[in-house]
Write a protein that binds this ligand. Structure first.
Ligand SMILES: [Zn+2]
Length: 425
């Protein structure tokens, strides 16, 4: 590594910690989308001082957007001396709620034992701060760079990214010729490259019944019992079949290297919060179930859906009075960037240089904003790479290691240089 660049990053360690602390102190909790604007403006003001052109883009009309909770994104861009490639670092600024079980104030950004603690340190303000410092150090040591560098802070990743990366991608912010390479500093550990994620299908299944007095259930038709038959068929036929489907995708943790399905919720009959303890004696005429199916690159979404509907159709043939509806709630295609894509090669080379070992290539069990970059922006040269430890995300006493941030900032800066210099193709 260029010694000047290494020193420039190490010399910025205190600044990197202070920047992370400042970001944590904006309680950008989603939902509802608290403090997005001041957080985005803080990032914008800092980068404006370094010569970036700053744009604030509000995800107008996207879920949750209102004057009280505007979906404010910040996009910063700096042009080099000559035309060339553009490298974009994208981080989400929203965090999930703090929840219980903390031993420190989740928004005080306490520094202790070489770590910064707080909601969003790991996922992913530590990654955002690392990318900002990596770029600033790169600019200070390579003032004559070619191409362009962009840094964005976007909203709503935790709720699907509709007002954030999806909105920007629809407006052309994540497309060629504007952008060539995208790095998302999500917490996938500092020596791993995340190539993509599994697919998602959420659906709501409703069974139908007929209301009647609970003392004479034979006069009605119980929708909850019908749903029981659905769950029973899932247990007998669907779950074992999903378990057998393995993938060649390097998903972490290992347990997610196959098809999975969660039952997110089930509800039938009168709502529980209506007259607590005193449900009325009715035969429920509807029961709803939400499923969360995670699928693999080897699977086709039409097949994924028909596995479920074929079970429901079989019940309709075999079970008296059984009827159902099914509604798609969300669909995300699996995505996996090629290992020989330029951004992968550049960051892999940088990891070898800093850690003196081969990077691990992984796939996220869940999903993140890469889906929008690929599907809406048509940029397939995209990875997640960042300093946090994946398992700490969304948990109490979340933290990010200061050394991890410094080292990953070095990796990002080296990778950035390789891409802008055209050293990888
Ligand atoms: Zn995240």
């Amino acid at each position: 590594m260029d010694e000047n660049l290494r020193h420039a990053i190490e010399a910025r360690t205190d600044d990197l910690v202070a920047l992370t602390q400042d970001l944590i102190r904006f309680p950008t909790v989603n939902p509802p989308g608290e403090a997005y604007t001041p957080c985005a403006e803080y990032v914008g003001r800092r980068l404006a001082k370094r010569g970036f052109a700053i744009e604030y883009v509000r995800g107008e009309g996207t879920p949750g957007d209102s004057d009280r909770y505007p979906r404010t994104n910040v996009v910063a861009r700096i042009e080099g001396k000559r035309p060339g490639r553009t490298v974009h670092f994208n981080s989400h600024i929203d965090v999930v709620e703090a929840g219980d079980g903390w031993t420190v104030d989740p928004f005080a950004a306490v520094v202790k034992d070489g770590r910064v603690y707080g909601r969003g340190t790991c996922d992913m303000k530590g990654g955002l701060a690392s990318s900002i410092v990596a770029v600033e150090a790169y600019l200070a040591t390579n003032p004559d760079f070619s191409g362009a560098i962009e840094i964005s802070g976007t909203v709503d990743e935790e709720s699907g990214g509709f007002g954030g990366v999806a909105y920007l991608a629809r407006k052309g912010y994540f497309s060629k010729p504007r952008v060539d390479h995208v790095i998302i500093p999500e917490p996938l550990n500092k020596d791993r490259i995340c190539l993509g994620h599994r697919g998602v299908w959420w659906a709501e299944i409703e069974t139908k019944g007929q209301i009647a007095h609970g003392s004479m259930p034979f006069l009605g038709d119980c929708a909850v019992r019908h749903m029981g038959a659905v769950l029973d068929a899932f247990e007998k036929d669907l779950f074992p079949a999903l378990d057998r489907k393995r993938t060649a995708m390097p998903v972490v943790p290992e347990g997610a290297r196959r098809s999975t399905m969660n039952i997110n919720s089930i509800h039938g009959g009168q709502t529980e919060d209506y007259r607590p303890g005193l449900p009325s004696p009715n035969v429920p005429d509807r029961c709803r179930l939400t499923i969360d199916r995670r699928f693999l690159l080897e699977e086709d979404i039409a097949e994924v859906k028909s596995e479920v509907t074929s079970i429901l159709d079989r019940l309709k043939r075999e079970r008296p009075k059984f009827d159902y509806t099914i509604r798609d709630v969300m669909e995300v295609q699996p995505t996996m960037t090629d290992r020989d894509a330029p951004v992968v090669k550049a960051v892999a080379e940088a990891i070898r240089e800093i850690f003196d070992r081969e990077p691990a290539y992984v796939i996220s069990p869940g999903t993140y904003d890469q889906k929008h970059v690929a599907r809406l922006g048509h940029i397939y040269d995209c990875i997640a790479y960042g300093p946090g430890i994946l398992d700490l995300a969304h948990r109490p006493d979340e933290w990010v290691g200061i050394v991890d941030m410094v080292e990953s900032a070095k990796v990002m800066a080296i990778g950035l240089g390789l891409l802008l210099d055209g050293k990888v193709d």
